[in-house]
Design a protein around this ligand. Structure first.
Ligand code: OAA
Ligand code: MG
Length: 394
């Protein structure tokens, strides 16, 4: 097993949207192409990228992780059965990296890990979801994945009417659950911000027939405990699907305090980048395995090799993989959701193109989607994304 070429680049995903914490005016993503030869006459090129929210990592990729992968001994890249071994590649990439302080190296490793899994599935001539079900779930893949439409961003000049129109478009596309941003009125006294958000939430709920189980709200880690509790008290009567990232993602004890006072589902984890950080959330965050949602994003957090460790850790703590609904709206996590039996996946019907979104020929029906049947993650079936990835190998 030999890696013969790795190419990388930076693609823009800038837009005018903002959440409660950042705007996306300068957002970028790393893209990579990894070509592998299996020693039996087969070759495949796998593609990878990082999902939104963290910037491209060209320095880390070029200075550390690509050179280490190219220097990895052939035996480290193969399983005993002779297939490509992403776990061996992962160990080679992480050589001479200390534990802790994961920073954004987890993003650089995640980009390469995605490409390695794409290549591994292509070498075996299978979709990634099928390969994962075969290796880790006795071949039992789900038939489809539950997905929800994430959007509701702040945008210059966007008022409640435009927010409701956006949500209406998502319903028209086949989604029945939607997500909107809240907590994004900077400098506004808490009482006024809360009043404004309740008006936005009520407008969207009206569109949803008053059914709170069809609406998620996302704070993007902006609140302290006081604001999180004030919002929790106001949100409780609406029985929302979930209350997302209300608090700083690494402040576990405040999550435990909030969970004591808010009975509805809390979702978090998109900004935890390692199994160890996820474990600290599970140990100390007071979250409840019967209702809360874990959003660790494999593309930002050292890839699927690490995500498998996270799922193992969750099982040891009594958490089902069905509680996981990864952040990022990308095809990598969608394959993982179907192959490993997660609770579903995020989807961005109108933002973060072309990295968000799924294969062109797979319609959304009642907030569920079926997967492609071509080898790999399925990027070739998503024309706008493939046009970007293909520039690496042209
Ligand atoms: O706005 C963002 O950074 C993305 C986000 O939180 C999400 O998709 O849940
Ligand atoms: Mg979020």
């Amino acid at each position: 097993m030999r890696i013969t070429a790795i190419r990388d680049g930076v693609a823009p995903i800038a837009s005018d949207i903002a959440n409660a914490y950042i705007d996306f005016s300068k957002m970028t993503a790393s893209i990579v192409a990894v070509t592998v030869e299996d020693g039996h006459g087969r070759a495949a090129t796998g593609f990878g990228f990082n999902s939104n929210g963290r910037y491209a990592q060209p320095g880390l990729l070029r200075e550390r992780f690509i050179p280490r992968l190219l220097e990895a001994p052939e035996v480290a890249l193969a399983t005993p059965e002779g297939t490509l071994n992403p776990a061996g590649a992962w160990a080679a990439m992480m050589r001479n990296e200390k534990p802790g302080g994961h920073g954004e190296r987890s993003v650089a490793v995640g980009v390469l890990d995605m490409a390695l899994w794409d290549a591994a599935a292509k070498l075996e001539g299978k979709p990634l979801w099928a390969l994962l079900a075969e290796r880790y779930r006795q071949g039992q893949a789900d038939e489809s994945a539950w997905i929800y439409a994430a959007g509701g961003y702040y945008y210059p000049g966007k008022g409640v009417d435009q927010l409701v129109e956006e949500m209406r478009r998502y319903l028209g596309m086949g989604y029945s659950v939607v997500k909107m941003k809240i907590g994004g009125a900077p400098g506004t006294p808490l009482r006024d911000a809360l009043k404004e958000d309740i008006a936005r939430i009520e407008a969207v709920l009206k569109l949803l027939g008053g059914d709170g189980s069809r609406l998620c709200v996302d704070v993007n880690g902006r609140f302290g405990l006081h604001a999180a509790l004030s919002y929790a008290a106001a949100l409780a009567p609406y029985k929302l699907r979930w209350y997302e990232e209300p608090l700083d993602p690494l402040d576990y004890s405040t999550h435990a305090a909030l969970a004591e006072h808010y009975a509805g589902p809390i979702a978090t984890g998109e900004n935890l980048f390692s199994m160890q950080d996820a474990r600290n959330l599970i140990r100390h965050g007071g979250l409840r395995p019967d209702r809360d949602i874990l959003q660790f994003d494999p593309a930002l957090s050292y890839g699927l090799v690490e995500y498998l460790r996270t799922l193992e850790m969750l099982a040891q703590h009594g958490w089902s993989p069905r509680r996981c609904v990864p952040h990022g709206g990308h095809q990598f996590a969608l394959n993982i959701a179907v192959g490993l039996g997660l609770g579903g996946n995020e989807s961005y019907p109108e933002v973060f193109a072309p990295f968000g979104g799924f294969a062109d020929d797979t319609p959304v029906q009642e907030s569920r989607i079926r997967l492609h049947d071509t080898p790999g993650i399925g990027f070739e079936k998503k024309s706008a994304l493939y046009a970007v990835l293909r520039t690496l190998v042209a």
